[in-house]
Design a protein around this ligand. Sequence first.
Ligand code: F6R
Length: 244
Amino acid sequence: VYPNPAAGAVAVAQRIAKLIRDKQAKGEKTVLGLATGVTPIAVYDELIRMHNEEGLSFKNVITFNLDEYYPMQPTSAQSYVRFMKQHLFDHVDIDRANIHIPDGTLAESNIAAFCLNYEKQIEELGGLDLQILGIGRTGHIGFNEPGSAPNSGTRLVTLDDLTRTDAARDFGGKDAVPTKAITMGVGTIFKAREIILMAWSKKKAPIIKKAVEGELSGEVPATYLQLSEHVEFILDDPAASELT
Ligand code: F6R
């Protein structure tokens, strides 16, 4: 638990930078699972600073984003492709061929094959070294909403009403928020060698309490993380304020 989001975000960025540098020293690539949303922005800001000022290179980094709205054009203001370019990829030396984000432009009939291939690509690279996560007020990780199975893989899902309410501001109204998304599954996330879930602010305190101390339940998918020995929650004081 950190006194403020900036301190927590810097700690996460340092972990990521260390992982990248350690693997690079061994001539290995780093496979990162990335999240969008407000929560990781300060982490990306710090990584960009380290790239500019401390020579942190992303040349040996391969990324897989958790999710994307469906349908979604990559050029849309709300797309996660655009978000990632704006907040990270356009500012570092990552090879564009190493970036993977679920494709919101697919015909529905092609989604299942795309999702299987997403899993296969991660597996063939030896799995995710580190997955970073935010948490939604429904308890979702990625877009694994209440009802998601613990062994779920990458797939097309229906967004929870509360998630669409929370996204309404970005879309200029709830009606404009897509009803679906493509997301890595709980099972996909679980296979990562390290998982870091971040949450900042009082708004996240009730769901953090449920995720960390609540009964394990598919109704709060983040509770599945209680079963992992490789997970860490990085919080600011307000987000941790309801923990006993
Ligand atoms: C984003 C994602 C979501 C968000 C969550 C929190 O890729 O998978 O699970 O992490 O909705 O969003 P923010 O950070 O905007 O509160």
